[in-house]
Design a protein around this ligand. Structure first.
Ligand code: NAI
Ligand code: MG
Length: 524
């Protein structure tokens, strides 16, 4: 349903953009020659090592969210293309002569080379990401691209360390028998990976890095809003020496590309990042043949500020917890709980920070807040702001759309909120934070912080280490940041409690998503 709605939106936007030129369009002057060439060449899908058109020949338009202009065309893959991609991945997995036979050290070197090449092409990737998603180029360079390279480098070392155990059996019904028993960790098989648009390159890295390290084969589906860096990453993977068929990439829409991938009988496991609604659809699609699943879904993360917090650090920290990436961040610190002694000062400080943010196209190096990724997302976010106001909340800063071109939303701090309001309960996925006051650090605060169907992340700001650690133990979330926020590292597992998902990304924990345990029991 969601996807159909977006397709309508896309068509409307198409009509509006029909007259506009593609190259040399506003704001694109800073693009390098490589990026210009990349976007002006019709994009293809990757099947069995070859870049090909979709069978139907249908394409879809890719937009610059800062202007609404068409910047590129990508293949609209359907069931038939997905089937070819899965079959290629299946062959590459079931055939034991190439990928499965490769020495773990060589597999690790390929994964590491992917990291090296991401750094080599860092500038190009940052430009593409900023253009396609709208995020500030400074952020794409410093965070998305570098973290993506790091992830491949970090994961590559595990290729030679996927170890099992030897077991000392005590079988009671075979008196006198001796055994040699051990466990092995083996790749789970063909993996379908479906990723979102908020961190297109990084989400591809989070998924591909561990799956390749574990020796799986893959069909990757980027989000229809942002297919460009995943396609470029596919080229990079092939340049790094990945054998044909190990990585296949199909671009297209959720219902026509994602759904057939999630339900395909040739897929052993699906890894998904995106909305909780679609996460539930993926669970249904996978239930036919009980595919393994990992899900990284939504969040509505509490960010708790105590009276003793160092406000010089806390105010910019809590502001960027929500405004980073335009709030289009599953971990965004979107529910602020501020102790009453510092409430006024914190609200004033965050509102001031919000008002001073430089809003503009991602490619402008001075931009601090880019556009929302799409018209649909902008309308969703402004709709929430209106709903908050209708229910009695007010805006201490922002409160609506910014400008009338592109998909910009003002960074907004909502006050006078109540815990039952939609803006407090639901994921907005935009630069909108809801703030409330609390009196004491007690069970009631913990109850309110945990009063969410989600449990992805959380923040605590205090100088009292006992309070920090006690509270960290009581928040039901996969990550607790203390005196910092949105700190991600390849070594640190990330994922959700409750409806925020199943399984963890990154760290050694992610390997469980892509490995099966096998017990081998030998009677001697
Ligand atoms: P979405 O969940 O529809 O999209 C994520 C991916 O799933 C995309 O690649 C999409 O093509 C694919 N998809 C959509 N329908 C599918 C289906 N039936 N079967 C298989 N794959 C399917 O998210 P959307 O519509 O882009 O955004 C809606 C809301 O979801 C956002 O406003 C935000 O609240 C949340 N979201 C959360 C993300 C996260 O990181 N946890 C990322 C993106 C969105
Ligand atoms: Mg959707």
């Amino acid at each position: 349903m969601l996807t159909v709605a977006r397709k309508h939106d896309t068509t409307e936007t198409n009509n509006r953009c029909e007259e506009k030129k593609m190259d040399g369009s506003k704001g694109l002057e800073t693009l390098s020659a490589e990026v210009r060439k990349f976007i002006s060449t019709p994009k293809k899908i990757l099947i069995d090592g070859q870049w090909v058109n979709s069978k139907s020949g249908e394409t879809f338009e890719v937009y610059n969210p800062a202007t609404g202009e068409v910047i590129a065309h990508a293949q609209s893959s359907n069931k038939e293309d997905v089937d070819l991609a899965v079959k290629a991945a299946r062959r590459a997995f079931d055939d034991h002569s190439v990928w499965r036979k490769m020495l773990p050290s060589e597999r690790g070197r390929i994964v590491s080379r992917i990291g090296d090449l991401i750094l080599k092409y860092a500038d190009e990737l940052a430009q593409l990401e900023s253009l396609d998603n709208g995020k500030p180029i400074s952020v794409a360079r410093a965070a998305d691209v570098v973290l993506s390279a790091d992830l491949f480098h970090y994961m590559s070392g595990f290729a030679t360390k996927l170890e099992g155990q030897t077991l000392a059996l005590s079988v009671p019904f075979t008196p006198g028998a001796e055994y040699h028993a051990y466990t092995k960790r083996e790749p789970i098989g063909v993996v379908g990976q479906i990723i979102p648009w908020n961190f297109p390159l990084l989400m591809a890295a989070w998924k591909l890095g561990p799956a390749l390290t574990c020796g799986c084969t893959i069909v990757l589906k980027p989000a229809e809003e942002t297919p460009l860096t995943a396609i470029r990453l596919g080229e990079i993977c092939m340049e790094a020496g990945l054998p044909n068929g190990v990585l296949n990439i199909v671009t297209g829409f959720g219902e026509t590309t994602g759904a057939p991938l999630a339900g395909h009988p040739g897929v052993d496991k699906v890894a998904f990042t995106g909305s909780t609604e679609v996460g539930k659809l993926i669970v249904k699609a996978a239930s036919n043949d009980l595919k393994k699943l990992s899900l990284e879904l939504g969040g509505k993360s509490p960010n708790i500020i105590l009276n003793d917090a160092d406000l010089e650090r806390t105010i910019p920290g809590a502001a960027s917890a929500i405004f980073f990436n335009g709030g289009q961040c599953c971990a965004a610190g979107s529910r602020l709980y501020i102790q009453e002694g510092v409430y006024d000062e914190v609200i004033e400080g965050i509102a001031k920070y919000a008002k001073a943010m430089k809003i503009g196209p991602g490619l402008d190096p001075t931009t601090e807040l880019g556009p929302m990724v799409s018209q649909i997302q902008m309308e969703k976010v402004t709709g929430y702001i209106t709903s908050g106001k209708d229910e009695g909340a007010s805006a201490a800063s922002g409160g609506g759309r910014h400008g009338n071109e592109g998909y910009f939303v003002q960074p907004t701090v909502m006050v006078n909120t109540k815990d039952t309001m939609k803006v407090v309960q639901e994921e907005i996925f935009g630069p909108v934070v809801v703030a409330t006051k609390f009196k004491d650090l007690d069970d009631e605060l913990v109850r309110r912080a945990n009063d969410s169907v989600f449990g992805l992340a959380s923040g605590i700001w205090t100088q009292d280490i006992s309070k920090a650690h006690k509270l960290a133990g009581r928040i039901r979330a996969g990550t607790v940041w203390v005196n910092c926020y949105n700190i991600f590292d390849a070594s640190m597992p990330f994922g959700g409690f409750k409806q925020s998902g199943w399984g963890r990304e990154m760290g050694a924990a992610v390997l469980n998503n892509y490995l099966e345990n096998k017990s081998v029991c030998v009677m001697l």
